[in-house]
Design a protein around this ligand. Structure first.
Ligand SMILES: NC(=O)C1=CN([C@@H]2O[C@H](COP(=O)(O)OP(=O)(O)OC[C@H]3O[C@@H](n4cnc5c(N)ncnc54)[C@H](OP(=O)(O)O)[C@@H]3O)[C@@H](O)[C@H]2O)C=CC1
Ligand SMILES: O=C(O)[C@@H]1CCC=N1
Length: 271
């Protein structure tokens, strides 16, 4: 038996978190996933039931009734409406967890009964295979017990790190959206391989495995990326020639500007 959990709005991120938790042994019988009451929502509900064995409903209030954890996974603009629906029926002491970019714990607390424990989080989609990283920050009424429950639920989705809430916009910009930057790199590398004459399937395989291998090497050795880069870069060799072009095209400055733009957008979403 695990605690009862409601996933409110089971789209990309809601399903990724759900899949990570269930993959790590959270009982599907203790999870209810909600969808919108539309044709698309009905089809999605059937697919969630079939693939994960969870219960589904279009009724957010019914889903949180008796639940110890309510995971709000709708778009930031839809968060207030969902909180209004669940506030009257939320079990006393149940924890409200949000994955929404930008939406502050203070804003969520204003829509809930006084004293409701709220935990704001920022996961990423590799959660789906247990390879994510989620940053968590407590609201005013969330104590160690509430954080521990959230961390236990998220444990199956990958790594979990506690941060101050003020840092969550930067986290959103770096790791929340980060997989999209990395997928762009994989796609670009594969396409470059095709331009260099490789067959598409071979280029794609080389690009994916290179990113996976480099990431694993960085994580498993704990060595600074600059040191790992130096080991690839022979003096006056091929990699030095390639890196020179990346520096000339300001690839680092582009990442810096991208993360700053994403952080600014996260702040805007919460304003
Ligand atoms: N995608 C990502 O990589 C990440 C996303 N996030 C956050 O996760 C949240 C969701 O993003 P994402 O999963 O990409 O978006 P999705 O649109 O894929 O998921 C949201 C889902 O909620 C459904 N929904 C909307 N309103 C309701 C409602 N009242 N009741 C039940 N279901 C509802 C939507 O249905 P419909 O489509 O019919 O409107 C949709 O299926 C956002 O707040 C985002 O900031 C955080 C980290 C990473
Ligand atoms: O793009 C977004 O707004 C969401 C938040 C982080 C990743 N996806």
């Amino acid at each position: 038996m695990t605690e009862r959990v409601a996933i409110l709005g089971t789209g990309n991120m809601g399903e990724a978190v759900l899949a990570g938790a269930i993959g790590a042994g959270w009982s599907p019988g203790d999870v209810t996933a909600t969808v919108r009451a539309t044709e698309h929502g009905t089809a999605r509900a059937a697919s969630l039931r079939e693939r994960h064995g969870v219960a589904t409903t279009t009724d957010n209030a019914a889903a949180v009734t008796g639940a110890e954890l309510a995971v709000v996974a709708v778009k930031p603009k839809d968060v207030p409406a969902v909180l209004d629906e669940i506030a009257p029926v939320l079990t006393a002491g149940a924890v409200v967890v949000s994955v929404a970019a930008g939406v502050t714990t203070a804003a969520m607390e204003r829509s809930l009964r006084p004293g409701t424990p709220v935990v704001r989080t920022m996961p990423n989609t590799p959660a789906q295979i247990g390879a994510g990283i989620t940053a968590v920050a407590p609201g005013a009424a969330a104590d160690e017990t509430h954080l521990a429950l959230v961390e236990r639920f998220l444990a199956g989705t990958g790594d979990v790190v506690r941060v101050a809430e003020k840092d969550l916009d930067a986290v959103t910009a770096l790791s929340g959206g980060g997989p999209a930057y990395v997928f762009t790199v994989i796609d670009a590398l594969a396409e470059a391989g095709v331009h260099a004459g490789l067959k598409r399937d071979v280029a794609s395989r080389l690009a994916r495995q290179t990113v996976l291998g480099a990431a694993r090497l960085a994580v498993e050795t704990g060595e600074h990326p600059a040191i790992l880069r130096e080991r690839v870069t022979s003096p006056a060799g091929t990699t030095a020639a390639g890196l020179r072009v990346l520096e000339e095209r300001a690839v680092r400055a582009a990442f810096l500007a991208a993360v700053e733009a994403a952080r600014a957008r996260s702040l805007e979403l919460g304003a």
